[in-house]
Design a protein around this ligand. Structure first.
Ligand SMILES: [Zn+2]
Ligand SMILES: [Zn+2]
Length: 354
């Protein structure tokens, strides 16, 4: 066996840090990727890069041992950062790292206290849609250019690591605009998170509910789009959620899904039930499976009436109306979520004939 090469600089892991984040922080000091660093310290050149998710739930301990030796850390201190150490099942974490949100306010605090930006382990949980400390939503889009999924750890000339937007090179920060307080959503997410944490049949029911909400109805759209909840940016889902919606959706869609799940499963704790009895009945039948019971929902439900598709020309007219409106002209002065909200409002108003 080749001796392990030692790294000159390797930041210490934070108590609540995510393992793959620590890998990226180490690698950013060498302007490289965790894969390149791992190849260097092991003296090998494996080309097949494993999915990043595997970094957070390592199946074999040899890689962790390698990193620990190269960075002069105890192996146990790194194993602690793995999602496996949380005791929660793999399905209770968002699998695509690009769909895990970050809290820009937490990152600002990191910077204020002179430490590296880092990703909290808890941000990888499927129910992580709001920061418990700052009560604002976790984000995957840049506050400057609004592009998503392009954050990258880079070392600054001052020797600290910051999360940057790859598109506009801005440091991720909450300072650009005021975020909405999301205490209500946080409460709902905590409720669902608690049930997930307990595992067992409680988590199973949550998974079934998420599949139900994202199952296609006869009209083609999933339930989630027709329940009357405010949808991200006023849109209908252009994404398909697959067999494990919670583990694969971006935070904004997970937030809507979690809200609907809480209403379906923990109705007694909600202030007022939002879902109609026909939707509940459809869910009950879906839960009993294996017949796709949602196909049997009578067409006169509230859910179905929302999805009256219109002619192409009518949509084009509506779009022209939006672009020519006063609301649209005032857009450039707004930024980020505020801008998206205005667009969503304009769309809703146009669609509702207001
Ligand atoms: Zn925060
Ligand atoms: Zn950007």
């Amino acid at each position: 066996m080749r001796p392990v090469r030692l790294l000159a600089i390797a930041p210490r892991p934070f108590e609540d840090e995510l393992l793959s984040c620590w890998h990226w922080r180490v690698a950013s000091h060498y302007s490289s990727s965790p894969r390149q660093v791992e190849n260097w310290i092991s003296g090998s050149s494996r080309v097949s890069a494993p999915h990043l998710f595997n970094h957070d739930i390592p199946t074999d301990q040899s890689a962790t041992r390698l990193w620990a030796l190269a960075c002069r850390l105890r192996q146990g201190d790194l194993e602690r950062l793995s999602l496996r150490a949380t005791g929660r099942s793999r399905a209770s974490f968002v699998s695509d790292p690009g769909h895990r949100g970050v809290c820009p306010a937490c990152l600002d605090e990191d910077a204020e206290q002179g430490r590296d930006h880092y990703c909290r382990r808890s941000w990888a949980r499927v129910e992580a849609v709001v920061c418990p400390q700052h009560k604002t939503g976790l984000e995957i889009n840049c506050g400057g250019c609004f592009r998503t999924g392009l954050f990258q750890f880079r070392s600054t000339p001052a020797g600290v690591v910051r999360l940057f937007c790859r598109e506009c090179d801005a440091v991720v920060s909450a300072r650009r605009f005021q975020r909405r307080n999301q205490t209500d959503l946080l409460q709902v997410a905590s409720l669902v998170g608690e049930a997930i944490g307990k595992g067992g049949s409680g988590f199973e029911r949550i998974e079934v509910a998420s599949r139900f909400l994202w199952s296609p109805r006869p009209e083609g759209m999933p339930y989630i789009a027709a329940l009357g909840f405010p949808l991200p940016y006023g849109q209908r889902p252009s994404i398909t959620a697959g067999a494990a919606p919670l583990a694969s959706l971006p935070p904004a869609w997970r937030a809507v899904t979690i809200t609907a799940i809480a209403d379906l499963l923990f109705q007694e704790t909600a202030k007022k039930a939002l879902l109609s009895s026909s939707v509940r009945e459809a869910f009950r039948q879906f839960e009993c499976g294996p017949v796709p019971a949602y196909h049997q929902v009578p067409p006169q439900t509230r859910a179905a009436s929302v999805l009256n598709l219109r002619a192409e020309t009518e949509y084009r007219q509506l779009a022209r109306g939006i672009v020519e409106s006063e609301g649209w002209k005032s857009l450039p002065s707004k930024a980020g979520r505020a801008r998206n909200r205005v667009i969503g409002k304009l769309m809703l108003r146009a669609l509702n004939g207001g």
